[in-house]
Design a binder for this molecule. Structure first.
Ligand code: PGA
Length: 237
């Protein structure tokens, strides 16, 4: 079965809403990534879906104010951790930090969902520029990672994320084409069997298109906050 990952980002505002949404989305095949503050509560109620987190500290436990360690996530039965999301990279997260996070998550036996993807500027320079950029992100993030079975990639072109306002969106054909090339690059780097998901404004109207392609799943932001829409997306998977 293909993977459908819900990235709730900084939503919803109350625990009550988070519990209701988690109950609605507790479906086999779903990975639910709530904000850290709801992880413990949601960990206890999921029966079918798998629990994920949106980020992790780059260091092990210790004097790191405000950070959440890989060990803390593991102890809450978190199975997936999103690493290197473009919204975190935009806040200053570097390839070096991402590489450290990848090591901690995979060494702890959780699956890292490593996000990569190009800006609109790079996209406009053509496919080779995109591929060069993404390959460089992958090489830096995956350097020295030995627990290869715990690596999943999400290809998320930055220009396609949260674009219900701008109308900019990719297409399933484009995504399949670039993901095939990303998989070839991954194999060249010694990661031959890694799943590659697509993300970027995927919703119920186009999820069927993406999931019918040679793409291993989708990472869903905005549409994962609407249970009905999310359930529809899961059906395609
Ligand atoms: P979106 O977010 O579906 O709202 O574009 C996807 C993501 O950022 O993971």
């Amino acid at each position: 079965m293909k993977l459908v990952v819900a990235n709730w980002k900084s939503n919803p505002a109350t625990l009550e809403e988070a519990i209701a949404l988690a109950k609605d989305e507790d479906i086999e095949g779903a990975v639910i990534c709530p904000p850290f503050v709801y992880l413990e509560e949601i960990s206890g109620l999921l029966a079918n879906a798998i629990l994920g987190a949106q980020d992790v500290a780059e260091d092990e436990g210790g004097p790191h104010t405000g950070e959440i360690s890989a060990a803390q996530l593991e102890n809450l039965e978190v199975s997936y951790v999103i690493v290197g999301h473009s919204e975190r990279r935009a806040l200053g997260e570097t390839d070096e930090m991402i590489n450290k996070k990848m090591g901690l998550v995979t060494d702890a036996g959780m699956t890292a969902i490593l996000c990569v993807g190009e800006s609109l500027d790079i996209h406009n320079q053509g496919e080779q520029a995109t591929l060069d950029f993404v390959s460089s992100q992958l090489a830096k993030a995956l350097e020295g990672i030995s627990q290869k079975g715990f690596v999943t990639i999400a290809y998320e072109p930055i220009w396609a994320i949260s674009t219900s306002q701008t109308g900019l969106e990719g297409t399933p054909d484009e995504a399949e084409q670039i993901i095939a090339k990303i998989k070839t690059k991954l194999a060249d780097m010694g990661f031959p069997d890694v799943r590659v998901l697509y993300g970027g404004s995927v919703d119920a109207s186009d999820a069927g298109g993406y999931l019918s392609k040679d793409i291993d799943g989708v990472l869903v932001g905005g549409a994962s906050l609407k249970a009905d829409e999310f359930k529809q997306i899961i059906k395609y998977a």
